[in-house]
Design a protein around this ligand. Sequence first.
Ligand code: ZN
Length: 71
Amino acid sequence: MVLILLPIVVGVVAFLAWRNRAVRGCRWRENNSGNQGALRKYCCAACGAEAFTSTKGPPDMCKRGLGNSSL
Ligand SMILES: [Zn+2]
């Protein structure tokens, strides 16, 4: 019985982890037309956020919630 349930449990956990990452994570696309000097512009295909980075690679966090809340 356990051998039957194990693949199902693993599948559910994997699905939840994948869905959670899909919601939180951004899919950054480099936008060369928006570069400003050493800063490279990235646009998020998931939430439409825009971010500039001077390091190699896209930003590692979503900028979506930054403009919404007034601290
Ligand atoms: Zn995003």
